[in-house]
Design a protein around this ligand. Sequence first.
Ligand code: FES
Ligand SMILES: [Fe+2]
Length: 350
Amino acid sequence: MNAPTQPAIETLPASVYRDPALWPQERTRIFAASWQFVTHDSALAQAGDWVAEAVAGYPVVVVRGEDGAIRAFHNVCRHRAGPLTQGDSGHCEGVLTCRYHGWTYTLDGRLRAARDFGPSPDFDPRAFGLYPVRVELWRGLVFVALDSAIAPLAEWLAPLERRLGSADWSGLHIAGKRQHLIACNWKTYVENYLEGYHVPLIHPTLDAEIDSARYSVTMEGRIALHEAPLRKPDAVYEGLWAWLWPNIGVNIYGRGLMMERMSPIGPSQTGGPGQTRLDYIYLMPEGETVSEETMAMSDVVVAEDLWVVERVQQNLDADVYTTGRLSSRHEGGVAAFQAFYREAMGGLAG
Ligand code: FES
Ligand SMILES: [Fe+2]
């Protein structure tokens, strides 16, 4: 009996990967409307510990309060929009102090003092607290959502939680970080992450570790679960990777994991397709470091991906290719991403 035939799915048009006019909508409709990974709770061990991050151009600060609760705020002072922090992370004693003119905020976001402000009878400091941002934790991972109305994080991550079962992620700490800047639109990189079709050609070292002919990508909700049988017992990888819409990779290693954030650097200042910043955060059990072999493998794989996605972006920019077709065997994850993208953009794109 012949297998049923369906037309191959058409890709998004090339223009979607290079049109800077799409970025403002992507920012609000996609990034502000999804859970965004920021850090691990081990980076916020003490009251006053904070981590600052820009999520799709929205500066956010996450801080542990005196009551032990982790809260998040827009990192935007209510005076004249100054930054409350300097650097990526740090510790403050009881208040966040704006770096511009020194207004201070309690760790639950209330304005405590407007430094040397002078008489101003109409000014009510209670009306000038920090703008809160929703924050939730899952297995020690700290996520924020700029749209406070979205479904709880646990609901988003339920398919991954089911797949992980009793895997113990307690007692992890941040054992290393890497950052890579890539000259491609964020979607070009995400789509590359979402298929194993390219593994035999682009990643010979990875291909020696996993059976890429049996690499599978299964969509469950907004999560893509990637699995591949290992070819050898001492492989660096566990053979399990997950991707969370729209831009987070969860890469499981034998002794820990690596969180991968694929951040768009918007094109607004630069024109063109924008760039993508990869943040790799390696989490290992307390007292353990990331093995040299794991770091070396990770560096090789990212260099290989970087080489190909930058060339794909150049070709998309060249305005020769318009649309292609997706493999029904290997590119179900890419097809799902493109369907989510079309839905989120309300038909704006292709
Ligand atoms: S902008 Fe924050 S104190 Fe002026
Ligand atoms: Fe790759």
